[in-house]
Design a binder for this molecule. Structure first.
Ligand SMILES: Nc1nc2[nH]cc(C(=O)O)c2c(=O)[nH]1
Ligand code: SF4
Ligand SMILES: [Mg+2]
Length: 242
């Protein structure tokens, strides 16, 4: 009996991603790299449904038409678009980009091979595979709090949080919409050993972001956390593609 030949791995022209937006160069607006020049890949689809979501056009097909808001693109086309932009930082976001981790990994591998730095924005409910971890510089993990309206069993997935923490490449960035969110954040930090913690105000209008930063600055310092603005909102408001 002869062994069956292994099927060849699909090429980057054959593997596809569901993409909501490709945009940039712009400025990373959130977290430790805020202010850095970056291009963004916003993938479609999310496994949560936060009440305050600022990108419902990536997943809420009751309110948005997927035929308008989502394209199926070969990995190679996304790669070519990125490599045609002169930025070394690539931010992959969504929606929840790790839903597509198997198809995202070849893109990340090709970007890393081309010398690009990769950050992934994730809601912390899905553990990334090792092959993806290897080529990512940082996971900006944003676990969702009670104010999201999502039941705790869906938004807090202990195994995924522990896996992300274990990568040694994660920061934990919490969107704070109400004062009671801070106590829940402190509980989660203690329970899962999350560090470093970044606190960020909710808001898609500059005045709301500034007001949130002012309210959060002192409690952030008192807890030993870091504070993130939303630079793109301060500069461009709620424009898409920024
Ligand atoms: N400029 C800019 N920075 C960002 N950082 C994280 C973003 C996101 O939507 O995940 C984002 C975004 O949408 N725009
Ligand atoms: S996890 Fe993020 S993209 Fe998904 S619904 Fe919540 S805020 Fe929106
Ligand atoms: Mg955003």
């Amino acid at each position: 009996m002869t062994a069956a030949a292994a099927a060849p791995a699909p090429t980057n022209a054959e593997v596809t991603l569901r993409v909501a937006e490709l945009f940039g160069p712009t400025l990373q607006g959130e977290g430790p790299s805020a202010g850095q020049r970056a291009v963004f890949v916003r993938l479609s689809g999310c496994n949560l449904d936060c009440g305050w979501c600022d990108t419902p056009y990536t997943w809420d097909w009751a309110r948005f038409d997927p035929a308008q808001e989502s394209r199926t693109l070969p990995v190679q086309a996304v790669l070519d678009w990125i490599l045609g932009r002169d930025t070394d930082l690539v931010v992959i976001t969504g929606g929840e980009p790790l839903i597509q981790h198997a198809r995202l990994t070849p893109l990340a591998q090709a970007l890393a091979a081309a010398g690009r730095r990769i950050e992934i924005e994730t809601n912390g409910t899905i553990a990334p595979p090792d092959r993806l971890i290897e080529c990512v510089e940082r996971f900006n993990v944003s676990p969702k709090l009670g104010g999201s309206g999502v039941p705790i069993g869906r938004r807090i997935r202990p195994a995924a949080l522990e896996a992300l923490r274990g990568t040694g490449k994660a920061v934990f960035k919490f969107v704070i919409g109400a004062p009671e969110d801070l106590a829940e954040l402190a509980d989660l930090q203690a329970r899962f050993g999350l560090a470093p913690v970044w606190v960020m105000p909710q808001g898609t209008h500059p005045a709301d972001v500034v007001e949130g930063l002012r309210a959060l600055a002192e409690p952030t310092l008192a807890h030993g956390w870091n504070l993130s603005s939303r630079l793109h909102v301060l500069v461009w408001g709620d424009q898409r593609g920024r």
